[in-house]
Design a binder for this molecule. Sequence first.
Ligand SMILES: N[C@@H](CCOP(=O)(O)O)C(=O)O
Length: 397
Amino acid sequence: METNPAFTGARCTACDATVDGDDVAGRCPSCGGVLDAAYELDAVDLEPTTLAARTTRSQWRYHELLPFSPEAAVTTMEGGTPLVPVPSLAEELGVAAVYVKDEGRNPTGTIDDRGQSVAVTAAKRAGASDVALASTGDDGQSAAAYAARAGLDSHTFVPSRATFTNKAMVNVHGGDMSVVEGRIDAAASAFADAVAEHDEWHPVQALSTPYPHEGLKTAYVEIAEALDWETPDRVIHPTGRGAGLHAFRKAARELDALGLASGTPKLYAAQAEGCAPIVRAFEEGREAYEPWDAPDTICGRIEIPDPAGGNLALDAIRETGGGAVAAPDPETLEGATSLAGTAGLELSASSGTAVAAAYALAERGELDADDTLVLVNAGAGSKDDDVLRSHLMSKGI
Ligand SMILES: N[C@@H](CCOP(=O)(O)O)C(=O)O
C-alpha cells in the first residue's frame, strides 16, 4: 500500500472544505486557501514504545502522521536531527533549559528536506514528470535533490541574491534553474508566468500543496519525542512564509489528539526587522498581515514580503499564546555567531533571528524561570559562511 490508511484527503484552512481522496494537490478548489492533509486520527494507534522500537531515524518513522507509506517515500533519510541542549544560553536567559533543534543536519542542510521528501513523493505518485517552485534558495536546492532521487525534472526560480551554495547545488543535482534579477517577488512572478505555460510542472513550494508543510511537521514530533513526550513551553521559529509555525501547531494538535503529548507550546515567529509582515500584524493586533514594502535584510532565506502562510502563522502564534519578534540584522548575526563560538553550533544567518528573539523576550521579562525553550535552526550555518564571517570582521575579529 502506498498511502497511510488513516490519510483521508485534505481540509481547507480557510473555508474548512474537505477534499477526499489520496491524490489531493494544489490549493482549495472552493476558495484557494491552503490545504492541510487530513487523517482519521481515531484509527491511529501509536504508542511511545512502538516508536522507540523503530530502528529508522528518518522522518518516515512517523508514517502514521504522514500521507504515504515509508515504502513509497522519496527519501534521503531526512529527519532524525538532534535536539541539542545549550545550558550556557539557558543560564544567560534565566530559564531552565534551552535546546536547539538542529535542522542544518538534514541531507541538503535544511528543514525543507522534510517537506520536499513528502512533496516529491506526492508528485511522483501523481505521475508528474516535473516539479517546480520559486525559492529563496534552500527549498529549491532541496527540491532539486529529491527530484533527482525520484527521477523527475526540477525547475527552480531563485532571486539573484540567493546564496552561491544554493544556486550551485541546484545545478549539481541536475536541476533546471532560472536566476531572476531582484528579490523573491521577482522570482515568484517569473515562476507564475512559467507555470502557466507548463501544465506538466507540479508545484512543490511550501503551502502550494498540502505536502511540504506536512513534512515540516515531523521536526516538531521529533522535538516532543526527544523530550520524552513532554511539550516544551516555548518554541521560537525563524519565519518567512509561515509554513513552519503552521506545521508545528498542526503537529502539536495531532500529538495531543493521539495522547502522545498534551497541548501546544507557545509558538513564536522570529523575523528579520527588514521584512517582518507577520510581526507587524501581531504587534498592531491586526487579524491579517499586509505585504511588506521594500524588504531589506541580510537574511535572504526569510525575506518573504507577502507570505502565503502569514495569516496561518499569526493564528498559530495567537492561539498558543506565543508572540512575534523582529530582529535587527546585527543582532541576528550576533545570535548565530555567538552560538557558533560558545556552543559549537552552526546556525544559518536567518536562524540567528531565533537567538536574537530569545534575548529580546528575556529582556522584556516574557520568559519564566522554569521554561523549556526550543530554538529552531532551520538551516546549515556553512551555507552562510561568508555572511557570518563578515559579521565577525565588522567587529574586528
Ligand atoms: N526556511 C526558513 C525558515 C522557516 O521559514 P517558513 O517559510 O517556514 O516560515 C529558513 O531557512 O530560515
